[in-house]
Design a protein around this ligand. Structure first.
Ligand code: SAM
Length: 288
């Protein structure tokens, strides 16, 4: 893409940018898609932090179990929304007595033979889409929901809550890690297009070329979390500050762009201070 600008050092004057010789005035929203794709749009997250290959994805699971979940020795673990099931397997490697991974959809990786040095499991984890199978091992000592709540379709949240509660007793710890209300790297657009707020600013048609329809409806996860967590006793909440500079910068400071984000968020003006500095929010829940 050919990009010309009359003032490259002052890129927040977006009306100066020309893409393919078209003057990109954000008032005409027609070219926002192209502008986001341009190299002048800030990245959502540094590429080094994206788990882009299998080894990094496995390493991520190891750190989730060893440092986020903690000691699992002899415990019964439910990895709710387990995705590839690597955390479920890692829990067994770390000494869990039983580790069950549940997801609404099967993942191809569930059938893969695991390299023995990465998952020297003495027993196999159970990976299933059948919640009755999950309940056979309930109650669990720990239920992990890592990066799951913000991926649940709002219509399915109540069903998911009651499933989690049915797998608990009063000694179960439910550990939830989620992204805040919305974030600079919210949405999954960055897997194919690593651009901040892409999920909020791209047109629906364009978004669907980068991510599934299923995910892009969910732009305000915190609004749903609060209701969700009222079903539990909240034992602890921790917000993690972002390691990256989440200040609005460059093009993102443009008032027209800020207005577009706020419009997408239903007119909310608080989002910058609420959201930008926070990378993750952790909840420790127990059954009421
Ligand atoms: C971003 S992935 C996270 C996977 C895994 N926890 C991890 O961190 O690697 C979100 C997962 O939530 C699952 N999910 C979405 N809605 C769900 C629901 N209602 N019940 C169970 N899992 C769900 C998705 O299928 C997906 O695998």
């Amino acid at each position: 893409m050919k990009i010309k600008t009359t003032d490259i050092d002052n890129i927040n004057k977006i009306s100066c940018i020309e893409i393919n010789n078209i003057d990109v005035s954000i008032k005409a929203d027609a070219n926002i898609d192209e502008l986001i794709e341009s190299r002048f749009w800030p990245e959502a997250i540094p590429s080094a932090l994206i788990a882009s290959d299998d080894a990094k994805v496995r390493f991520r699971s190891k750190t989730i179990i060893r440092s986020y979940v903690g000691n699992v020795t002899g415990k019964k673990i439910l990895d709710f929304g387990c995705g590839n099931g690597y955390c479920t397997r890692e829990a067994i490697s770390a000494g869990a007595a039983i580790s069950v991974g549940y997801d609404i959809k099967r993942n191809d990786t569930w059938d893969e033979a695991q390299p023995s040095n990465l998952s020297p499991a003495v027993i196999d984890p159970i990976l299933t889409t059948d919640f009755d199978e999950v309940l056979k091992y309930a109650p669990y000592d720990i239920i992990l929901m890592y990066d799951v709540v913000d991926h649940i379709n709002p219509n399915e949240i109540e069903d998911a809550i009651s499933k989690v509660i049915s797998a608990c007793d009063y000694k179960t710890f439910v550990k939830v890690r989620c992204h805040p209300w919305t974030s600079i790297h919210g949405g999954h657009t960055y897997e194919k297009l690593n651009r901040a707020y892409g999920h909020l600013l791209l047109s629906d048609e364009k978004l669907e070329t980068y991510q599934s329809k299923y995910v892009n409806k969910i732009t305000r996860p915190m609004a749903t979390y609060k209701k969700y967590f009222e079903e539990f006793t909240v034992l602890n909440t921790v917000s993690h500050k972002s390691l990256i500079n989440n200040e609005l910068n460059g093009i993102l400071k443009d008032k027209t762009i800020i207005d577009m984000i706020e419009k997408k968020l239903g007119g909310d003006k608080e989002w910058q201070s609420m959201v930008l500095p926070i990378e993750f929010v952790d909840y420790l829940l127990s059954r009421k």
